[in-house]
Design a protein around this ligand. Structure first.
Ligand code: 13P
Length: 257
């Protein structure tokens, strides 16, 4: 039976009250799907809704809460930022690191992300490290170079022991929020490449590192994309904001298992 992580990135959506409703609807629907130990569901609300969502799922089986970002320092004069310890203390088990929106709008570099990854792992949280090429990079055949650089710089000094905590998300920038997902073959090709890079660095452990696909993952393409051997789950934006579509993607993962 294959293991899948199905993660929702809610981005800058939901008040705490809305998060309670969405998380409850998802948790109730998931309980009815006869969950098994090889499917794990994650919801990543905005920071102000983490507590509300965590209250809903804290006693649910197989559902956890993640943050969308955190700072690399444990505390200090960093106005507006949240330390890894802080998001852990409000119930997060995972943190998305290096989403393309953070790279694009907030200037996050691979060097910074390397520090964030180390801080997150040292805090006992699971980072979901995002990589992916822009449309221009794909069209000029730079996809593999871009991914290689994003992986090499951000994973520098991350030991084999720490890497067991790592999750990678392949999110082609051109597929995010566009309705135009990568084809399952395109996803598999890049996932296999990422697994190869992980194998060079971490040997046999690479086989058990989860690589999620993100970018317009929807109920109607989930079966096909999730059925590819190197796709271990999804990081879902728009479709994670509707309980029905998020649950349909979870159901697709169960079917593929
Ligand atoms: P969409 O599913 O809305 O394309 O967003 C993907 C994403 O950015 C998840 O992190």
């Amino acid at each position: 039976m294959r293991y899948f992580l199905i993660a929702g990135n809610w981005k800058m959506n939901t008040t705490p009250a809305e998060a309670t409703t969405l998380a409850s609807t998802i948790a109730d629907g998931y309980a009815k799907l006869q969950p098994n130990r090889n499917i794990h569901v994650l919801m990543c609300p905005p920071a102000t809704s983490i507590h509300a969502a965590h209250e809903v799922v804290k006693s649910a089986q197989g559902i956890s809460i993640g943050a969308q970002n955190c700072h690399q320092e444990p505390k200090g004069a960093f106005t507006g930022e949240l330390a890894p310890q802080m998001v852990k203390a409000v119930g997060c088990t995972h943190v998305i690191i290096g989403h393309s929106e953070r790279r694009q709008h907030f200037g996050e570099t691979d060097e910074l992300l390397n520090n964030k990854l180390k801080a997150v792992i040292n805090t006992g949280l699971v980072p979901i490290y995002c990589v992916g090429e822009t449309l221009e990079e794909r069209q000029t055949n730079k996809t593999f170079d871009v991914i290689q650089t994003q992986m090499a710089t951000a994973l520098a000094d991350i030991t084999l022991e720490s890497a067991s905590q790592l999750v990678i998300a392949y999110e082609p920038v051109w597929a995010i929020g566009t309705g135009l997902a990568a084809t399952s073959d395109q996803a598999q090709e890049v996932h296999a490449f990422i697994r190869g890079l992980l194998a060079e660095r971490y040997g046999a452990l690479a086989g058990s590192i989860l690589i999620l696909y993100g970018g317009s993952l929807k109920p109607d393409n989930a079966d096909e994309i999730l059925s590819k051997p190197d796709v271990n789950g999804g990081l879902i934006g728009g479709a994670a904001l509707q309980a029905d579509s998020f649950l349909a993607i979870i159901a697709a993962a169960m079917k593929v298992q």
